[in-house]
Design a protein around this ligand. Sequence first.
Ligand code: UD1
Ligand code: CA
Length: 434
Amino acid sequence: MKKEDISIVILAAGKGSRMKSPKAKVLHSISGKPMLYHIIKASKELSNDISVVVAHQKEAVIEQMSAFFDDINFVVQDAENFPGTGGAMMGVNPKNEKVLVLNGDMPLITPNALQGFLDTNADVIMSIFDLENPSGYGRVIIQEDEVQYIVEQKDANEAELKTTTVNAGIYAFSKAVIEKYIPQLSNDNAQSEYYLTDVVAMAKADNLHIAPLLVDEEYFKGVNSKKDLSDSEIIMQDRIKTKWMEAGVIMQLPSTIYIEESVAFEGECIVENGCRITGETLIHNSHIKSSSVVEDSIVKNSDVGPLAHLRPATFIEDTHIGNFVEVKKSSLKGVKAGHLSYIGDAQVDEGTNIGAGTITCNYDGIKKYKTIIGKNVFIGSDTQLVAPVTIKDDVMIAAGTTVTSGVIESGNLVLSRTKMRLIKDFYYKFFKKQ
Ligand code: UD1
Ligand code: CA
C-alpha cells in the first residue's frame, strides 16, 4: 500500500491514571525519547497524514512533539464531554481511505509490525493476541470463527473475563466505517466512556467484514503502569543494542548497558558492562570501559573509564580518560587525563598530560569561565586551574599548584607551594612512644 492511501490516528489524550504520575503517560520516556515520539516516528514511514489526538496536558504533548516533527495534525479531544477512545476519534478527519488507529502508549510498534494491517483487506481489521494473564485488556469474543464484539474488563461478565484472546488496541478501519459509526457511539457502560471498541459490534451487526489480525506482544505491548514502562524499556534496549552489535560494536554483558536511541557508533567500538550512553552521542573506534556515563558527547579514537563521566558537549579525540574523571563542555585532543579530575569548559591540546586530581575551577558562583591549555603541557597532580586561564604550549605546572594568573607563557614552570617543614622526632614525642 502506498503512503497516499493511509491515514494514521494516534490516540494520546488519556490521563493514564494507572501510571500514578503528574506527567502525561505518552510523555514518559523509553530509551531517551517520549513514548509518543517512537510511535510517530514509526507512523511517518507509513503515512503522510498523521493525526495525534490530545487533551490531557495537551500543551506539553504538542510542545514536545513539535520539537521533533513539524507536520503532525494535533486534534484536541473534548475529553470532558466525550471521554474514552471513541470520544478521541470524534474530532479526527482522516484524508485517506484506510485509517490506522494506534495507541499513544505502545512504544514498541514498528513499521514492519504494522504491515499486516496494510496487507489485509476488510472494513475493520483489529489486532488480537492471546495472553495467559489478560488482565487490563478488552476481551475479544469470537464465535464461529468470527469476531462478534469486544468487551472491556470492567464491563465483562465471568464467562467473558475467562477469554484469553485480547484486543491489542490497534485497528485499521475504512474511512467509511469511521464516518458512519463513531457518531453513533454511546457511553452506556461501566466507565461512562465512549469506547472505540464498540465500533466492532456495530459493524458486525451490519454484516461488514471484520478481520482479526494475530499480532506479537513484543511489538504491541501497551504501557499502562510504571512496571509496563520498564518491561517495554527492556525490549527497546534489546533492539537498540542488537542493532549496534550487528553493526560491529562489541558489548560485554549487554543486559547491564543502557544506550539511548539517539546514540551512534562508528568503526570498532567496545562498550563494557554497566555503561550508560545517552543523547546525541557519537562513539567512533573507541573503548568505553565499565560503569562509565557518556552524555551528548563525541568520542573518537579514545578510551574512557572505568567509572568516568563525560557530560554534555564533550569532544575527545585520541585521548585517554581514566577512572573518576569528569569532563564537561570541553574539547580534548591527544590528551591523557588518567585519574580523578574535573575538566569543565576547557580546551586542551595535543600531547598534554593532566595529572591526578587536577581541577578546573570554572565557576565563581555566578559565571562560568574557560580554561585553555596548549600542546605538550605537563600538569602535575593536584593542580587547580582557576579560570579564566590560558596555559600556552610547553608549560610545566608543579604538583599542588594553584594557577591564578590569566596567561602562562610558553617555556615556564609554574609552582605555588608553601615551603615544606621537617620537625625531627615529632611523631614519637606526640604519641609518647619513646
Ligand atoms: C484500550 C481498549 C482495550 C484494549 C487496550 C489495549 C478501549 C475502550 N479499550 O483499553 O480493549 O485491550 O486498549 O491496550 O478502547 N485515550 C484518548 N482519549 C481518551 C482515553 C484514552 O486519547 O479519552 C488514548 C490514551 O491516551 C491511550 C489510548 O487511547 O493512548 C488507550 O487508552 P487506555 O486508557 O490506555 O485504554 P485501555 O484501557 O488500555
Ligand atoms: Ca492502554
